[in-house]
Structures are given as structure tokens and as C-alpha cells.
Design a protein around this ligand. Structure first.
Ligand SMILES: *[C@@H]1O[C@H](CO)[C@@H](O)[C@H](O)[C@H]1NC(C)=O
Ligand SMILES: *[C@@H]1O[C@H](CO)[C@@H](O)[C@H](O)[C@H]1NC(C)=O
Ligand SMILES: *[C@@H]1O[C@H](CO)[C@@H](O)[C@H](O)[C@H]1NC(C)=O
Ligand SMILES: *[C@@H]1O[C@H](CO)[C@@H](O)[C@H](O)[C@H]1NC(C)=O
Ligand SMILES: *[C@@H]1O[C@H](CO)[C@@H](O)[C@H](O)[C@H]1NC(C)=O
Length: 362
């Protein structure tokens, strides 16, 4: 069964019928919004805006070690000081001004998946990865996963939650969704067992079926399967003829939706959760999982309030923060960074950090 969730009921059914769609999931409120990406642009300004959930001290120079010192996380399980992020969604009016689309955070799923799921290991300290390709602007049938099972582009999908159930789409096709448009991304759950991170993400690979199946022999170590859902209030903005939805990297197609994961788990807790079968609860919540329940909180926004923005990235803005140009595709758009500021990752752009907050860039 696919985890491209059509409805909760369907998933519950899958658990009961197959006894294999095992998982726990966490709600996360927003922690911070800004041009921050300590995985791809460590210590620098990201070329586009991200919406981050997780550890309260998330910053451009966050590492596993710094996340451990956070006093809270905007996700339910306080023993998880990881950070999770995706691009911000805007609505671009015909006059080219952009309005941030309302969003309350995200849901992070930890699923016990794959043919080798009994061997799943917890994310090691220092582990991080990115799923998705910010440069894409159309659906590509190649490359495909190991054993040629599925186009890798299937890692991204959109669910239009309308009055009637709508089929999921690989692109941001239906945007008139009364209960919101849900962007979804699946992560690689096969690890080479050696590198904590590689800039091209070749330390990890997708399972043959992306959300299930086997790992390639080059990446034999099974990780728990991560899956993000991000719900946007697309009908809360006043859509106008000629307007369009645009992700912060300049993507009006949805193909360039991506997700980042910077591990911050208390390794013992995640290990206990995996070994204790917490990915096996069938009530779709953290439910009866003792290792996770110990640090679970409910009032996410009160427990760990969102940090203020360092530059204007929300509300109504005249242009995309950074210097992405908006494209509907179909051609990919290389993310070259801002002219005169050096390419992202080039090291010429320095972030000044005061009290853990980006206060200026040069
Ligand atoms: C990096 O992060 C640490 C917090 O872990 C902070 O103390 C330090 O000021 C930051 N340094 C820079 C250059 O951003
Ligand atoms: C963590 O620190 C923030 C900012 O100082 C504060 O607002 C919040 O209440 C703290 N949370 C906890 C759980 O201590
Ligand atoms: C563009 O249109 C939006 C929506 O009608 C409006 O709120 C905004 O002020 C306009 N921007 C400019 C620069 O006129
Ligand atoms: C299952 O996972 C173990 C533990 O990492 C690994 O050594 C083994 O090769 C995997 N088996 C298969 C069939 O992928
Ligand atoms: C980095 O950016 C600087 C300033 O824009 C530029 O001169 C230099 O060629 C860039 N280096 C690389 C490797 O791209």
C-alpha cells in the first residue's frame, strides 16, 4: 500500500489488513521562517526561504551537536531535536506581488517500511539528507529507482483536499482545495552505512518502490522511512485570474518541492522506539509508545514559540526573498544564488549571527 495518503481511514485499513504499514507520526508547529538551510548552505544564507519545524535554536550553522542544546522543539516529541524544513509557498498576484499562503506547520511520519524493515537502524548523530530537487519544474519519468520500479520524481506529490476526494498529482495542478493543498515528500531510506552526508545525497538511496521495497546493494542499511506532509490554506488567499502559486525557490510547478532533515534525535530514544515496535502502533498516533510518550507535549506553539523573522518573508511581499526567478517550466532552473553574492555554497557570503539569530548579511 502506498503512503501517498488518500485518507486516514484508508491508512488505518492498511495497518489492520497488512500489519505492515507501521508508523508513528508527529505534529510540528513552525519554529522559524527564513533563508536558512544548515544542510545545503551551512553557515551561509540560503538562496531561498524555508519554513522550519523542530529544534528551537535552528540557525544557518546548526549541527547535530548544537541542536542537542535546544531548550525545546516545535514537534511533539521533545527527545527529538531534529530540524525538518521545506520551501515556503506564496501566491503571486497578476501584479507580481506575493502573499504567503497560510500554513500551520507539518506532519512528520516515521514509517517501518521495506523488505528489510526488521534491520532498520536509528539515524546516527550527524546524519542529514535532502529529498527532492529544487531545480525541477516538470515531472520526469527518469531517473528511476533501483530495479527500475518507479520514477524518482514520485517522491513528491500533492493532495488537493476538496469536498470530494481528488486523485493525487505529481505537480501543483489543482489549487482550488477547500480544505487545503497538501504537499508531500518521501525520503530515501537506504543508507550506505558510512557517510553522514554527501552534498549530492549519494550517501542515501530510495527503496525500489520509494515508500516500500528493497534497498540497492550499494546502500544496504535500512533507515526508518521519513515522510512529510505540509498543508497550505490555498483558498484562504484571494485567488485572482492570472495569479499562481509559487514555492520560494521560484517554482510555479511544484516539481521542485523538497524537504531537508537534520537529525537531532536522542539516539537511545529513537532506538527504543524502533525496537519497541513504536512504528507498529495502529492508532496512527504516538499512542502507546512509552519511549516517545515520556517527552511528548501537546501545546506545540505555546511550548516552543516561533522565532521572529530576520527579514520580511511573510505577509505581502514585492518579490521573492533571495533572487529566484519564477518559472513554470518545463525546463529545470539551476539555483545559482544571487549575482554579486557568490554562488550558494561558494563561501563568499557570510552570515552574521547575534544571539543565534541572523541579523544581517553581507
Ligand atoms: C554558530 O552557532 C553557535 C550555537 O551553537 C553560536 O554560538 C555561534 O555564534 C554561531 N556562529 C556563527 C558564526 O554563526
Ligand atoms: C525555550 O526558549 C524560548 C525562547 O527563550 C521560550 O520562549 C520557551 O518558553 C522555552 N521553552 C521551554 C520548553 O523551556
Ligand atoms: C497587488 O495585488 C494585491 C492583491 O490585489 C494587492 O494587495 C497589492 O497591494 C498589489 N501590489 C501592488 C504593488 O500594487
Ligand atoms: C538488511 O540490513 C542489514 C543491516 O544493515 C544489511 O546488512 C543487509 O545487507 C540488508 N539485507 C538486504 C537483503 O538488503
Ligand atoms: C565565488 O564567488 C566569488 C564572488 O562572486 C567569485 O569570484 C568566485 O569565482 C566564486 N567561486 C566559485 C568556485 O564559484
Amino acid at each position: 500500500m502506498s503512503i501517498r495518503l488518500q485518507s486516514l481511514a484508508l491508512l488505518v485499513l492498511g495497518v489492520l489488513v497488512q500489519n505492515s504499514a507501521a508508523y508513528f507520526r508527529m505534529s510540528c508547529s513552525r519554529m522559524r521562517i527564513g533563508r536558512i538551510d544548515p544542510v545545503v548552505n551551512f553557515g551561509k544564507v540560503s538562496p531561498h526561504v524555508h519554513k522550519i519545524s523542530g529544534a528551537s535554536n535552528i540557525s544557518p550553522n546548526s549541527t547535530f551537536q548544537t541542536l542537542q542544546t535546544a531548550n525545546c522543539t516545535s514537534c511533539e516529541i521533545q527527545a527529538d531535536k531534529s530540524a525538518y524544513w521545506t520551501p515556503t509557498l506564496y501566491y503571486q498576484y497578476p501584479n507580481s506581488s506575493l502573499q504567503e499562503v497560510p500554513n500551520g506547520g507539518m506532519t512528520v511520519y516515521y514509517l517501518g517500511r521495506g523488505d528489510n524493515k526488521s534491520a532498520i537502524v536509528p539515524f546516527p548523530p550527524g546524519f542529514r539528507m535532502v529529498s527532492g530537487d529544487k531545480t525541477l519544474r516538470s515531472y520526469h519519468t527518469t531517473p528511476v529507482t533501483y530495479k527500475q520500479n518507479r520514477p524518482i520524481a514520485d517522491r513528491v506529490s500533492f493532495a488537493c483536499l476538496d469536498r470530494q476526494p481528488q486523485p493525487e498529482t505529481p505537480l501543483m495542478t489543482n489549487t482550488n482545495c477547500i480544505n487545503g493543498l497538501r504537499a508531500q515528500i518521501q525520503f530515501q531510506s537506504c543508507w550506505d552505512g558510512r557517510s553522514l552526508y554527501k552534498a549530492d545525497n549519494s550517501h542515501v538511496a530510495y527503496m525500489s518502490g520509494i515508500d516500500n521495497g528493497v534497498c540497492p546493494p550499494t546502500h544496504p542499511v535500512p533507515l526508518i522511512h521519513l515522510f512529510f506532509e505540509v498543508l497550505y490554506g490555498v483558498t484562504d488567499v484571494k485567488q485572482q485570474p492570472g495569479g499562481r502559486f509559487v514555492f520560494s525557490q521560484g517554482d510555479a510547478s511544484g516539481a521542485g518541492f523538497h524537504g531537508d532533515f537534520l537529525n537531532g534525535w536522542d539516539e537511545g530514544v529513537l532506538k527504543a522506539a524502533i525496537e519497541g515496535g513504536c512504528a507498529n502502533v495502529n492508532d496512527n498516533t504516538i499512542g502507546s509508545c512509552a519511549p516517545l510518550l515520556k517527552s511528548r507535549v501537546e501545546n506545540l506553539e505555546q511550548n516552543c514559540p516561533m522565532l521572529p523573522d530576520d527579514e520580511k518573508v511573510g505577509g505581502l511581499i514585492a518579490k521573492l526573498p533571495g533572487c529566484a526567478t519564477v518559472s513554470t517550466g518545463p525546463d529545470a532552473v539551476p539555483d545559482l544564488g544571487c549575482p554579486g553574492e557568490g554562488a550558494p555554497g561558494n563561501g563568499t557570503r557570510k552570515v552574521k549571527v547575534r544571539r543565534g539569530k541572523v541579523s544581517a548579511w553581507e
